[in-house]
Ligand binder design. Structure first.
Ligand code: FAD
Ligand code: NAP
Length: 337
C-alpha cells in the first residue's frame, strides 16, 4: 500500500476549530487508488473510515475510533472550452480558495463570490457551499464519486446531487460516497453577482469591475468580519439561517421591528441566525475558551483549549435560548463527530 497509516494522530492541525482529539488511525490519500487501498485496509482491520478534507466544517467532540482519511489529491484539468463556456475539473484534495484564484487567473467567471472559503474542492458539494448570493450549484457541471458500498465509481449530474441551501444528497447520506473530483461550468462573459450585502458598495469607484475585482472586494469584506482560523479556531457560520413561515416571521417582527428577514420564493422567510443570536445577547459571550465571536454572532470560536464538547454545549444553550425567545429552531451547520 502506497499510503502511510499512522496511529494515535492528533487531529488538531486537521480541523479549523483546533480541537485536540486523536484519530485511532490516520492517512492521507493522494489518488483514487490510495482511497481504495485505505478503504480496503479499514475493512480488513474492521475499522470504520471517516473521509475529511480541510476540516473547516467539523466539530470533533471525542477521539475518533476510525481510520481518518484526509483527501490530499491534486490536479486541475480543463475539460472543454468553446470560447465562452469552459468546463474545469479539480481533484477533491485541491484547496478551495487557491482553486478559485486559479480560475480567475484564467479569466473565468463564476466562482468569484465564493472566494476565501476554507476547505477543499471535494467537500464543496457536501453542503453546496455558498456566499454572497452564489452557491456551487449555480456553476456545477458534475462530479465523480466512489460508492463505498459497492466500490463502483459514479458520475453525478446537477439533478442527482439534489442541492439545497447548505445541503445536498451527499450530506443526507453521510459516509456513503467519497467525492473524488468535481466539475464546474465557468464562463468568459457571464454577468457578475454584485447585489448582495456590501459588495457593490465595496466596488464603488471601479467603473467596470472584473471577476477578480469582485473576488478582491469579497476577500477584504470577509477579512474584516470573520476570524482567521489560523489565529482563532472556528468553523465559520455555526448555524444555518432558519427558514420559517411568513406568519412566524411577522409574529417575531411585531415584538422585534428590526428583524432581519429575506423573503423566499414560496412565501417563507429566511431569518439571519446571527441577528437572532445577537438579539439574545450572546455576541462576544465567553465561557472558558469556548465563545461567540465579538464581531459575528454566528461564529463560535475556540480561544485555545476549548473541547468539542464545550463548544457543543455552548451551541445547545444558544439553540435553547433562541427557541425560547423567538420560537425558532437553529440547526447546526458543521458536521458533528
Ligand atoms: P471538512 O470539514 O473536512 O468536511 C466536511 C464534511 O464533508 C465532513 O462530513 C466530511 O466527512 C465530508 N467530506 C469532506 N471531503 C469529502 C470528500 N472528498 N468526499 C466525501 N465526503 C467528504 N461554508 C460556506 O458554505 N460558505 C462560506 O462562506 C463559508 N465560510 C467559511 C469561513 C470560515 C472562516 C470557515 C472556517 C468555514 C467556512 N465555511 C463556509 C465552511 C467550510 O469552509 C465549507 O463547508 C467547506 O466546504 C468545508 O470543506 P473541508 O474540506 O474543510 O471539509
Ligand atoms: P451578512 O452579509 O452579514 O448577512 C447576514 C445574513 O443575511 C447572511 O447569512 C445572508 O444569508 C443573509 N443575507 C444578506 N444579504 C442577503 C440578500 N441580499 N439576500 C438574501 N439573504 C441575504 O453575512 P455574513 O455573515 O457577513 O456572510 C456573508 C456571506 O458569506 C453570506 O452569504 C454567508 O452565508 C457567507 N458565509 C458563510 C459562512 C459559513 O460557514 N457557511 C461563513 C462566513 C460567511 P446567506 O447566508 O443565506 O447568504
Amino acid at each position: 500500500m502506497s499510503a502511510k497509516v499512522e496511529s494515535q494522530v492528533s487531529l488538531k492541525p486537521y480541523n479549523s476549530f483546533g480541537i485536540d482529539v486523536k484519530a485511532r488511525h490516520f492517512a492521507q490519500a493522494t489518488s483514487d487508488d490510495e482511497v481504495r487501498q485505505l478503504l480496503a485496509y479499514a475493512a480488513t482491520e474492521d475499522l470504520p473510515a471517516l473521509v475529511i478534507g480541510g476540516g473547516s466544517n467539523l466539530l470533533l467532540t471525542q477521539d475518533i475510533t476510525a481510520l481518518v482519511i484526509r483527501m490530499n489529491s491534486s490536479g486541475i484539468h480543463l475539460l472543454s472550452d468553446d470560447g465562452q463556456r469552459v468546463v474545469v475539473e479539480a481533484e477533491a484534495g485541491e484547496a478551495w480558495h487557491p482553486f478559485v484564484q486559479w480560475t480567475l487567473e484564467q479569466g473565468l467567471v463564476g466562482l468569484e463570490n465564493l472566494s476565501l472559503i476554507p476547505g477543499t474542492v471535494g467537500a464543496a458539494p457536501m453542503q453546496n457551499i455558498g456566499a454572497y448570493g452564489v452557491e456551487i450549484k449555480d456553476v456545477f457541471a458534475g462530479l465523480t464519486a466512489l460508492d463505498r458500498q459497492t466500490g463502483d465509481l459514479r458520475d453525478f449530474t446537477l439533478e442527482d446531487c439534489d442541492f439545497a441551501y447548505r445541503d445536498s444528497y451527499f450530506k443526507r447520506k453521510p459516509g456513503r460516497w467519497v467525492i473524488l473530483r468535481v466539475r464546474f461550468a465557468l464562463s468568459r462573459t457571464a454577468a457578475l453577482h454584485l447585489d448582495y450585502g456590501p459588495v457593490r458598495q465595496r466596488l464603488a469607484g471601479i467603473e467596470q469591475p472584473t471577476a477578480k475585482d469582485v473576488s478582491e472586494a469579497i476577500c477584504s469584506i470577509r477579512r474584516e468580519k470573520l476570524p482567521d482560523p489560523a489565529e482563532l479556531g472556528n468553523a465559520g457560520s455555526f448555524f444555518k439561517n432558519p427558514v420559517v413561515s411568513g406568519v412566524l416571521a411577522e409574529r417575531i417582527r411585531e415584538q422585534h421591528p428590526g428583524l432581519v428577514a429575506y423573503p423566499q420564493a414560496d412565501g417563507e422567510m429566511k431569518l439571519a441566525a446571527g441577528w437572532l443570536i445577537e438579539q439574545a445577547g450572546w455576541k462576544g459571550y465567553r465561557d472558558g475558551d469556548a465563545g461567540v465571536h465579538a464581531l459575528q454572532a454566528l461564529v463560535l470560536v475556540n480561544y485555545g483549549q476549548a473541547s468539542g464538547e464545550q463548544l457543543h454545549e455552548l451551541a445547545q444553550k444558544i439553540q435553547d435560548d433562541v427557541l425560547d425567545r423567538f420560537g425558532v429552531e437553529l440547526e447546526m451547520e458543521p458536521n458533528l463527530y
